[in-house]
Design a protein around this ligand. Structure first.
Ligand code: SF4
Length: 391
């Protein structure tokens, strides 16, 4: 079988991810690479990021950067001037496409009007705000620093300074959350009229304070409750005009996150800062999650070439997270594989209401998204059984 036809999306476009590893304090569920405090290291960190941006630029010279995403951590604690300096460097060192999607993550307690105005002036056009819940008790229970009122104020300020593309993050399944309080959170989020919503199910990550709380006996909303809330949310957001375009992501038409779509479509991106991942030139690599090493210029990105076989697995795993799903013709063209065994399994999933077919494309239904890990696992096994692990 010829697997040499694998290609990684359109070769000419590129996304940049810039990681800001600072937060005012740590939330109980968080396992992102971020450190509380760190004001004394921020100028040094800006210099280190600029250095990495400069070093990587020649390799990206043939690409047009059409998405830039500044995430964390809490980018807004880095300050408007530093964020503006970063974006200016991107514009100077990279070929920034006209109309590029440029996103900054923010938390409501560090997204004042002055800072948001500085971001707009610098060229940020999309704001992703960590609302998480409209219930003060739920926020406090996981040591989020902000209040629901601060979310409302941050949204109002973002609109005043001209952000026309606003996303809100919500967490389903927080400690103490009930069906009613979740619905109130979604309704409140809708009342703020965002263009985009991300609704993530709470995950208990190893090593976090939340994991210790659960080990000590604290109970969280169970899987059935989570499933009910999820299916209700999908239906409620559809009624409000939001299209579900990925398991956890919903957007008004035309407001899908182009940067996140890039990850799911296996399109290239470069990551900057400790812990940031890249997928570029057929290789996946990551900067070690070590701020001190990064500041000292010692954090060398390390990774490996992705084989066409692995790329085919990624196509299935990531494509089936999206509403666009996967297609037999595309699979055969990019990975040279036999789609028939996969199609047989997908037909069986359809019999259970977990998948649906539209022409040549297959996608999971909301009920299928709920059990996506199991379904995708079965597809990967079927692929391995039919074609072997390949190279
Ligand atoms: S603000 Fe975000 S990145 Fe920072 S600790 Fe909380 S969840 Fe993690």
């Amino acid at each position: 079988m010829d697997r040499s036809t694998d290609r990684q999306g359109p070769a000419s476009t590129l996304g940049l991810y810039l990681h800001i590893p600072f937060c005012r304090s740590k939330c109980d569920y968080c396992d992102f690479y971020s450190l509380p405090g760190g004001e004394d290291r921020m100028d040094g960190y800006l210099r280190a990021l600029l250095r990495q941006l400069e070093e990587a630029a020649p390799g990206a010279a043939g690409h047009s950067v059409d998405t830039v995403y500044v995430g964390g951590g809490t980018p807004t604690v880095f300050g408007g001037e530093r964020l503006a300096a970063l974006l200016a460097a991107v514009g100077r060192l990279y070929r920034l496409a006209p109309g590029a999607e440029i996103t900054c993550e923010a938390n409501p307690d560090s997204a004042g009007e002055e800072l948001l105005r500085a971001l707009r002036r610098a060229g940020f056009g999309r704001l992703s705000l960590g609302m998480q819940s409209a219930d003060a008790g739920e926020l406090a229970a996981v040591h989020r620093r902000h209040t629901p009122e601060q979310t409302d104020a941050a949204v109002a300020a973002a609109r005043r300074v001209g952000f026309e593309n606003l996303s809100l993050d919500l967490i389903c399944g927080l400690p103490g959350q009930t069906e009613e309080s979740w619905r109130r959170t979604v309704e409140h989020a809708l009342s703020l009229r965002p263009e985009h919503l991300s609704c993530y199910g709470l995950k208990v990550e190893e090593g976090t304070p939340l994991a210790r709380r659960v080990a000590a006996g604290e109970e969280l909303p169970d899987d059935d409750a989570q499933a009910d809330r999820y299916l209700w949310t999908v239906e409620r957001l559809a009624r409000a005009g939001f299209r579900q375009y990925e398991i956890s992501n919903f957007a008004r038409p035309g407001y899908e996150s182009r940067h996140n779509l890039r990850y799911w479509r296996l399109e290239p991106y470069l990551g900057f800062g400790p812990g940031a991942h890249s997928d570029f030139g057929g290789r996946r690599f990551a900067v070690p999650a070590d701020l001190a090493g990064y500041l000292a210029g010692e954090a060398v990105p390390a990774g490996e070439t992705v084989s066409p076989w692995e790329r085919g697995n990624e196509y299935l795993m990531l494509g089936l997270r999206t509403a666009a799903g996967i297609a037999g013709e595309e699979y055969r063209r990019r990975f040279g594989g036999d789609f028939a065994p996969l199609e047989e399994l997908l037909s069986r999933f359809a019999g259970h209401g977990w998948a649906e077919r539209n022409g040549d494309r297959w996608r999971l239904t909301p009920a299928g998204f709920l059990v996506s890990n199991r379904l995708i696992g079965a597809l990967l096994e079927a692929r391995e059984g039919a074609e072997g692990p390949g190279t």
